[in-house]
Design a protein around this ligand. Sequence first.
Ligand code: FAD
Length: 318
Amino acid sequence: MSVVLCSWGDAIEGGTEEALSLAGRLSRDRGAGLDWLLIGNVTDDVTGMAARHGVAHIDRASASAPGPDTLVAMIVAYCSQHRPTVILFNQTLAARLVAPRVAARLGVPVVMNGFYIESQGSELEVRTTAYGGDTHAVYRLPAPVNVVSIVTTTLRVEAAPQPSVPVTREVALPAGGVTERWTVISAARSEGPRLEDADVIVSGGRGLGSAANYRLVRELAEQIGGMYGASRAIVDDGWVDSSRQVGLTGKITRPGLYVAVGISGASQHMAGCSAAKTIVAINKDRDASIFRYARYGIVGDCLDVMPELIKAAAAGNH
Ligand SMILES: Cc1cc2nc3c(=O)[nH]c(=O)nc-3n(C[C@H](O)[C@H](O)[C@H](O)COP(=O)(O)OP(=O)(O)OC[C@H]3O[C@@H](n4cnc5c(N)ncnc54)[C@H](O)[C@@H]3O)c2cc1C
């Protein structure tokens, strides 16, 4: 009986440590071992992170830029070799493609959008978000083997009471001549640092009134050394590039400071920023949902408030 977290790529994705922390707690509850499958060439300090969460084995499989079909084949091969009973994924965009297909190939249940998981006797209980984050659903899984994909935005990292001394094993996972069904012929443009890694983000929404007013968001972000994001409403309206979208179907961010300008605070938007340490909201509607999440709120017209904030930030920089 063991729990495995499956990861891949050349760097540790945001949310991995949170997923590992949850996996560690679950494995202690079940009295099961915890292994971490890493496919690719991750060069970050994985041993320290693994030790903090009680990982027994770091299972490394090499692969260069594997696509989803190759990843599915490799993870299925791993599961046939090691027979884990709980197969976990940190729900990145890529994991959404891979986790359900791994479950289908193994013939086991899959639960997506999990944010809490625990043992209930021999069963597994998984709490998930549903309907775009508007409600929660609870699944009881009696099957002996299950795949669960974890949304990590609301999870906290808690180290295991006893760190482990992880053993690294090189595992050979034949992908068996897989041909990827899709080929990336033109990757999305991404310049500079990633929004997902930013410590300060200023995001704008429809309350800005026009595409031209989005410059206020960019200016404040520049003055306070942050990056700029957007709600889906203004991405859909073509004011900003989709790479800036924060939320359920956009980027999942966890900055220290998130400034929401003219954003209502719909659950689908909050799914991408509610893990921020401090949220500041500017909205002219005092009943806007965003104020339920914000530590600091300014009720007012953002077209009046933003120039003042930009001026104050600029003065603070001199
Ligand atoms: C399946 C699904 C996935 C989705 N994924 C995402 C996602 O990833 N990201 C996302 O953002 N949304 C997502 N949405 C859309 C989401 O439900 C909301 O429609 C969207 O977030 C609203 O954007 P908004 O807050 O900018 O606009 P609105 O809801 O129109 O809100 C505008 C806000 O601005 C305020 N305002 C107006 N004028 C001013 C002013 N002058 N000064 C200050 N405040 C003002 C208003 O009071 C209001 O609160 C998704 C929806 C679905 C169904």
